[in-house]
Design a protein around this ligand. Structure first.
Ligand code: S3P
Length: 435
């Protein structure tokens, strides 16, 4: 387990940054490109470890996938001709890979076993296996098909009308993928809207899908058509540097081609409400997903309440938002975010434990955190918990702490942002980066 030390003196962040591809969209592009027969090409693919896990699994199913950096070319025989894998399918650390695949494999013609790393093997899968079993899926594992490894025997599924008990795009996507091959029309209703990349991309691959209010309907037995996918920059990755800019006087950074899907842009709303200056350039939407340039400039920050419908639109950003709140005047309350407890680690426990080590005035609640600011943070040694977003939160904290930060096990950052430290160095170049 390595340690990375970061220390800055009066840092300013400035310049332009092209953020790596969106993780959620990259996974879905490989999945749909593998389901559809023929050639799909993906540009802007995220070459992070999670998305590579997805590629490796489809290769095991007999799909030809070539990758050169961020360009991926898929040539698939189509889902009906996938071959039964000879080895266990390994989803690594990736919840999206595991949960979406369960939906896909359940309606396939193959039998497989899916597993993951230690963190993923402790994350709940019954949020997808229970509705999938109602559709007729044969998925077995202990306890009660909740934890990986799980065995999946693909077969004919039947449609379901499903009302989501949690706001989770992974659950919604797993059911829609299963619905693709099911008999009848599947519907999924959400009380709180989660990211809609699956719906958008299914339509891009030619699926007949309709949306009314918060309900999505999809007819079973559809064939998808291979197509080209352009992946915009991941706003969840950009969020770390956006928050850094918002905390540092005299800082301003322009982020190029950032995904601006409204189901993901809660961080922009929070930055504005807290007092940062946000400018959004012309929005483009060539192939299904909106994106554009976003410039963030420092502004004096105020604490706010973050709760309700905005939570799923910034769920992965909450660790860095908690850090941001330590530098804002007044109290920030984060609630309705109990989902944080079942991420790569329990992020409520991890964020509060680590920020307290730096002197933050932060407390954990059942479904969120309460942060009083502003606090002058000290340096310290922070654990990443093998969680990429905790690792990046620790690195960004180093920009505002009085002493150095040691990040324990920083390699996990490559799960979603392999070039993170290079980009940090690039933006902070004028600031005596040490370490
Ligand atoms: C994701 C959905 C979210 C998010 C995860 C990626 C996706 O998880 O936290 O990083 O790609 O669908 P949930 O669906 O569990 O909320």
């Amino acid at each position: 387990m390595g340690i990375k030390t970061l220390e800055f003196e009066n840092p300013i962040l400035s310049g332009k940054l092209t953020i790596p591809g969106d993780k959620s969209i990259s996974h879905r592009a490989v999945m749909l490109g593998s389901i559809a027969k023929g050639k799909t090409s993906i540009s802007g693919f995220l070459d992070g470890e999670d998305c590579i896990s997805t590629i490796n699994i489809f290769r095991q199913l007999g799909v030809s996938i070539e990758r050169e950096g961020t360009k991926v070319t898929i040539d698939s025989p189509g889902m009906l001709r996938w071959k039964t894998p000879t080895q266990v399918l390994y989803a690594g650390n990736s919840g999206t890979t595991a949960r979406l695949l369960l939906g896909i494999l359940a309606g396939s013609r193959i039998t497989s076993v899916l597993t993951g790393d230690e963190s993923l093997s402790n994350r709940p899968m019954n949020r997808v296996t229970l509705p999938l079993r109602t559709m007729g899926a044969s998925i077995t594992g202990e306890p009660d098909s909740n934890l990986l490894p799980l065995s999946i025997t693909g077969g004919q599924l039947k449609a379901i009308d499903y009302t989501m008990p949690v706001a989770s795009a992974q659950v919604k996507s797993a059911i829609l993928f299963a619905g693709l091959t099911a008999e009848g029309e599947t519907s999924v209703s959400e009380t709180t809207v989660s990211r809609d990349h699956t719906e958008r991309m299914l339509m891009q691959f030619g699926a007949d899908l309709s949306k009314k209010g918060n309900t999505v309907r999809l007819k079973g037995g559809q064939l998808l058509h291979a197509t080209d996918v352009v992946v915009p920059g991941d706003i969840s990755s950009a969020a770390f540097f956006m928050a850094a800019v918002a905390m540092l006087e005299r800082s301003s950074v322009s982020f190029k081609n950032v995904g601006l899907n409204p189901t993901r842009t809660g961080i922009i709303d929070v930055l504005k409400e807290m007092g940062a200056q946000v400018e959004i350039g012309e929005e483009k939407e060539p192939l299904g997903e909106p994106y554009g340039d976003v410039t963030i400039t420092y502004g004096s920050l105020q604490g706010i309440e973050i709760s309700g419908a905005i939570i799923p639109t910034l769920i992965d950003e909450l660790p860095v938002i908690a850090l941001l709140a330590t530098q804002a005047q007044g109290t920030t309350i984060i609630k309705d975010a109990a989902e944080l407890r079942v991420k790569e680690t329990d992020r409520i426990v991890a964020v509060t434990t680590e920020l307290k080590k730096l002197g933050a005035d932060i407390e954990a609640t059942d479904d969120g955190m309460i942060i009083h600011g502003p606090t002058a943070l000290t340096g310290g040694s922070l654990a990443s918990y093998g969680d990429h977003r905790l690792g990046m939160m620790a690195a960004i904290a180093a920009l505002v702490t009085s002493g150095p930060i040691q990040i324990e096990d920083p390699s996990c950052i490559a799960i979603s942002y392999p070039g993170f430290f290079d980009d940090l160095e690039k933006l902070a170049i004028s600031t005596n980066l040490k370490g």
